[in-house]
Design a protein around this ligand. Structure first.
Ligand code: FAD
Length: 275
């Protein structure tokens, strides 16, 4: 199938891009196109206007903020560049640990980390990473710039709180605190496939948080502080509702939650203790 006809715009500045989006709700931002173009081709999305942000200078940055600051990833930073960044690896190792599971190299060369986050797919890795770390997204729209905390970003399946006329300009991943540890793991049928279930852990002293992908409509973070190691899986399941689909039954997903929760919490503790 081919996409329905659309008007294509490629503005050179952020201000022009915001103006181009102001035409109404049937406008769409095009970043890496790795999710949007398949949706267009299948006619699951048929925007009237496509606003390609790839010609806007200065959106491909990856920067560490301040001395104890986290890392800010610009809207045109490709997954591959973020994965290869020594700064990102040093400041927040959970980002590359999870990015290594995102699709295949060719898709990571084009797809953007910010696009993946605002696409808000509950089966994607980077929304969960942002959620478990308590990160945020900066967006620019007709009324200026605002910061959206990860906790307020994910509303439903493929639905974020970004307005139709806003452009996400960056995502901010807080730094890993000294003495803290992180881990990521997932089970997929084949390498590069979307995960049947995935889990990202952040252990900081007594605080234990685990975020889950492909278990529910939005990335879900569960606080497992104070839970004994043997009870982690069941404690997590008390907050989750794994679902059935053509890829896995709810029971199988629940079993993956049990296995992965123990695994990522143990690995995150090992990282914390090794520092
Ligand atoms: P686009 O496709 O350009 O856009 C996606 C959506 O986000 C659109 O609605 C668009 O309007 C919006 N958008 C994008 N950027 C912005 C912005 N800056 N401001 C406002 N709105 C914006 N992803 C995973 O996480 N895990 C996987 O295992 C995985 N496997 C894949 C396998 C295949 C075969 C393919 C084709 C893709 C896969 N992906 C996977 C998706 C990939 O990571 C995409 O790159 C990513 O989801 C979207 O990023 P993008 O830059 O390509 O966004």
């Amino acid at each position: 199938m081919k996409p329905a006809p659309f008007e294509y715009r490629r503005p050179g500045t952020l201000a022009d891009a915001v103006a181009a989006l102001a035409g109404g709700p049937d406008t769409k931002v095009l970043a890496g196109g790795q999710s949007l173009v398949p949706l267009l081709s299948m006619r699951l999305a048929s925007p009237r206007v496509l606003v390609d942000i790839n010609a806007i200078a200065g959106l491909d940055t990856i920067e560490v903020e301040g001395e104890d600051g986290g890392v800010r990833v610009g809207a045109l930073a490709r997954h591959a560049a973020v994965l290869a960044s020594a700064d990102v690896r040093r400041v927040q190792p959970l980002v590359p640990l999870a990015l290594a599971h995102v699709a295949h190299a060719t898709i990571r060369n084009r797809g953007t980390t910010v696009g993946s986050i605002v696409h808000a797919d509950a089966a994607a890795e980077m929304p969960v990473v942002l959620a478990v770390l308590g990160g945020s997204v900066d967006a620019v729209g007709p009324s200026g710039r605002r910061t959206i905390a990860a906790a307020d970003l994910f509303l439903g399946p493929l639905e974020s709180s970004l307005a139709h006329d806003e452009i996400a300009v960056s995502a901010y991943f807080p730094a890993l605190a000294p003495g803290a540890g992180v881990a990521f793991d997932e089970i997929a049928r084949r390498h590069g496939d979307y995960a049947l279930v995935g889990a990202a852990a952040l252990v900081d002293g007594e605080s234990v948080k685990v975020g889950y992908l492909s278990v529910g409509d939005v990335p879900t973070v569960v606080d497992l502080s104070g839970v004994a190691e043997a009870d982690l899986g069941e404690a997590a399941l008390a907050h989750l509702e794994p679902g059935d689909d053509i890829h896995a039954t709810a029971d199988y997903r629940a079993q993956l939650v049990r296995i992965l929760t123990g695994r990522v919490v143990r690995s995150a503790r090992e990282m914390a203790e090794s520092k």
